[in-house]
Design a protein around this ligand. Structure first.
Ligand SMILES: [Cu+2]
Length: 340
């Protein structure tokens, strides 16, 4: 009964483990607090001034007792550290290969969610039951923190840096989403709902273009990225064998040699930086001529472009900028009349 009450909201694969760690740490704290307070009271009474106790042979030290206490505390402290570090490292580390990637953008004061197939949601996240999900998070402005208490998931959302967390939803229902980092005047309104559905209900929701949410279905992230790629004329330099800029096919996760003598792996963070601040990393053999896109693209558009560049790892680039550019700018601005 009590267990049901205390663990009622454990709705993700890791939640029971974090509950366990929490209760063990609480029990240890209570144990040592009671022990130390009791000894203070016992010694205060036993050695009070009016006590006629023998004070003739004060103990200077007790090697055996000291080593026993140090040994015991070390084992308990390090034991708890390794026991709790393991799940910590797991959820922030690499997810299982079948994990669904979902992108989360925090901005004053809302959560913007992008599913790879193009479904976008505001202050809402729909997930299928039992499937691992990896959230990749970034902030458009200040530091936020993505916090779903029932999942025991809290991850800082930082400007200029992708962070990640993964878990498996294990309960059907609606769970509160909060921002756990004070981020300005309307921080307390930066909330939302995570809805976990049966896989077949989720499939129906997805097929209907996320119609139960406020976002709606648009082109996939890869298609949206391709449209931006054409809109901004990227292909005129990055197209095959223009010689002006490196080709982007098979760029993702490859090793890039830079003019400053260092090398870099072209992961998401590298590509993001290369789009927004291209003069920071210049590949060997090229001039720093690419325009800076820092003030032209929002984080959602950058994620779309990265998705498109990733997709080029199996295909090749178009030869000319002939593809029609459909303008998607403005879609990210769909907010529910909130102050931003
Ligand atoms: Cu916030």
């Amino acid at each position: 009964m009590l267990k049901n009450h205390l663990f009622a909201n454990a709705a993700s694969s890791f939640a029971p483990k974090f509950d366990e760690i929490f209760f063990v740490l609480t029990a240890l704290s209570v144990f040592f607090t009671v022990l130390v307070l009791s000894l203070i009271v016992i010694f205060a009474i036993r050695y009070r001034a009016a006590s006629t106790i023998d004070r003739g042979k004060p103990i200077t030290h007790n090697t055996k007792l000291e080593f026993t206490i140090i040994g015991f505390l070390s084992v308990v402290g390090l034991g708890v550290f390794f026991w709790s570090a393991k799940p910590y490292a797991t959820i922030y580390g690499a997810p299982p290969a079948n994990a669904q990637k979902i992108y989360v953008i925090g901005k004053q004061w809302m959560w913007e969610i992008q599913h790879p197939d193009g479904i976008r949601e505001n202050d809402a996240l729909h997930l299928p039951l039992g499937r691992p999900v990896q959230l990749i998070l970034i902030s458009q402005d200040v530091v936020h923190s993505f916090f779903v208490p029932a999942f025991k998931v809290k991850r800082d959302v930082v400007p200029g840096m992708y962070t990640s967390v993964w878990f498996v939803p294990t309960k059907i229902g609606k769970f509160r989403l909060f921002c756990a980092q004070y981020c300005g005047a309307f921080h307390s309104q930066m909330t939302g709902w995570v809805t976990v559905m049966k896989p077949k209900d989720f499939a129906a929701w997805e097929a209907a273009g996320g119609s139960f949410s406020e976002g709606g279905h648009e082109t996939s992230m890869v298609q949206a990225g391709k449209a931006l790629f054409n809109k901004y004329g990227c292909v005129s330099c990055h197209g095959v064998s223009t010689g002006m800029a490196p080709s982007l096919s098979n760029l993702y996760m490859s090793k890039v040699h830079l003019t400053n003598g260092s090398t870099a792996i072209a992961d998401d963070a590298y590509i993001r930086e290369a789009i927004l601040n291209p003069t920071v990393h210049v590949p060997v053999g090229y001039q720093p001529i690419m325009p800076v896109f820092k003030d032209q693209l929002n984080e959602g558009q950058v994620l779309d472009l990265i998705a498109y560049i990733k997709s080029l790892s199996s295909t090749s680039l178009p030869q000319s900028p002939a593809n029609s550019a459909s303008n998607r700018s403005g879609t990210d601005e769909k907010v529910k009349g909130k102050t931003r």
